[in-house]
Design a protein around this ligand. Sequence first.
Ligand code: NAD
Length: 437
Amino acid sequence: MEPVRLRIGVIGTGYLGVTHAACMAELGHDVVAVDVDPVKVARLAAGEMPFHEPDLGPMLARHVRSGRLRFGTSFREVALNADVHFVCVGTPQQAGSDAWDTSHVEQAFRDLARHLDHSALIVGKSTVPVGTAERMAALVAEVAPAGSRVEVAWSPEFLREGQAVADTLTPDRLVFGVSSGWAEQMLRLTYQPLVSAGTAVHVTDPATSELVKAAANAFLATKISFVNGLAEICEATGADVLALADALGSDPRIGRRSLHPGLGYGGGCLPKDLRGLHARARELGVSGAVSFLEAVDDVNLRRRRRLVDLGLELLGSYRGARVCVLGASFKPGTDDIRDSPALHVASGIQRAGADVVVYDPVAGAAVRQAYRQLSVAGSLDEAVAEADLVLLLCEWDEFRRLDPLALGTAVRRRNLIDGRYALDAKRFRAAGWTYRA
Ligand SMILES: NC(=O)c1ccc[n+]([C@@H]2O[C@H](COP(=O)([O-])OP(=O)(O)OC[C@H]3O[C@@H](n4cnc5c(N)ncnc54)[C@H](O)[C@@H]3O)[C@@H](O)[C@H]2O)c1
């Protein structure tokens, strides 16, 4: 089947929205994207990336130049110029609650729908509590001039920052939560090149599709906390958690991916999605069925406290000590520092009295802006100079390649905490380092 050129709207131009908009243009569609942040929109309209994501910049610039991808702040413009709209706005954790904040989603649906005077499909991609699509369909029916000719579907997004382009253009699966054959057909046409290439398509109802995403993130978080719980048992007994993970992960029913021990998960998705799912279960009166999610969160946060304690154990006191934190983003490949485990630990150590200096290959600017109390080094050499303790908290390749001998000459004391089990412990110990993980 020949690819069809559709008119696509994208609402929200954050990590998800920019990636989605550029990839939709890459698939051959005409894309118009809108955001409430005029500064971000101006940069995007000039073909400039507002954040770090490998491979996305050139694709964005190319499609902006060709005119196939446009950015603006007018919902009317998007409503008039697109037939399939993807809502990609943020759903952060509510202040003072574990629940998702869906106010941006509601606002986006309302602001778009009130300009829709022709048949259109609005597809939610944001991660939301189950039941949101149904609420949005009622809202749209009330405010859209085209009434029932506007349909709502939900198609959750599974991209990972750091590999967002590949995840969008060659995903493991597509999930279409639809209420009609027409909505399914529109989504199949939108993703036609991927569907033709054999990407698995799961067609289901909107409520199930909303749950698929929350469940996927809760499962991944559970797997990570599971191996991290075992890491502490290993530490208490002298067993080797990496060998354990290898042997355990060889069982195809378990699998090795996401079974790597370390400082645990963070970022703008896993922590809030795990809590959001639990909060929604509570609202539905079934929280007991997923009470383990609370333990998963506890184990994850415990890992951060444990590293602060481990540093204290190595130094005796944080007062007057110079501590170098390598890595600030929540994982390699991105400058996203939302709920960053590394910065949580860095701030804890600084509060305990140490002089903390942070270095990250791409997230330095974001750290300077959001964590004014932390010193940010401009280079690895500057960060490690005269350190009493080095903590590797985000496993960028640049840090994986660290030479224990060269590093040993730069620091004041050879104390290393490998918070990501990324380095060769034997090599560091042989070079005179006190290595802990
Ligand atoms: N980042 C990821 O890796 C990822 C992956 C899968 C799913 N998700 C989900 O996608 C959603 C967006 O995540 P993100 O990381 O892109 O967030 P983000 O904070 O980077 O971007 C959200 C964008 O929405 C804009 N916005 C807020 N309210 C708006 C409105 N009413 N109208 C138009 N724009 C509005 C903001 O200005 C911002 O640019 C979340 O639900 C998240 O859980 C994210």
